[in-house]
Design a protein. Structure first.
Length: 183
């Protein structure tokens, strides 16, 4: 008899299945889930941090619409000043000097949005100083509307790198306020 004829075929093990996954696949799956979770968290946080901008821009549009329907310049200027102040407080809840007023307020607006500087302190934004308190103020409303819209959309908030001039201006304002309190 032939000894080779007595040999059996090689029995192959079954092919590995897709489940359970090898540890490398679990690690990759965990990294993908972590990446998606972090991306969602950062996106949501950024959206929450800038939600006040969208609300302020919508309120500016409503203010402009009401002005177009019933042109009252003093009321428009007063509403715009309040809107800008509320937006500044929302953007800088801890560091905004709430008692700031006059030219220092306009300088603060310019310093926190260099793209519009010197639009408030030397441009159409000057109307915010005295316009709300006059019976018939003169103001370039379209230019002021454009300036305010640009400031609302592009100003720096507390989570962005602060401008050194703005930090110095705030320190000077605080120091001047303390000096007047002690006097």
């Amino acid at each position: 008899m032939d000894p080779l004829a007595q040999l059996h075929d090689i029995i192959l093990p079954p092919e590995p299945g897709l489940w359970p996954l090898a540890w490398g696949w679990w690690l990759l799956l965990a990294l993908v889930v972590l990446t998606l979770a972090l991306t969602f968290w950062f996106w949501r946080r950024q959206r929450q941090r800038t939600a006040y901008r969208k609300a302020a821009l919508a309120e500016l549009q409503a203010l402009n619409t009401s002005y177009q329907l019933a042109p009252n310049t003093a009321q428009y200027l007063q509403g715009l000043a309040v809107l800008l102040r509320r937006t500044a407080i929302a953007a800088h809840p801890r560091s905004f000097p709430r008692d700031i007023q006059g030219q220092a307020w306009l300088d603060w607006l310019d310093q926190h949005c260099p793209q519009v500087a010197p639009g408030f302190s030397q441009g159409p934004g000057q109307a915010l100083l005295t316009g709300p308190y006059q019976a018939a103020p003169q103001a370039d409303i379209p230019a002021l509307q454009a300036l305010a819209k640009r400031w609302l959309a592009q100003h720096r908030n507390q989570w962005q790198n602060p401008d050194q001039k703005a930090v110095q201006a705030q320190a000077q304002h605080t120091q001047a306020r303390e000096e007047t309190n002690h006097a």
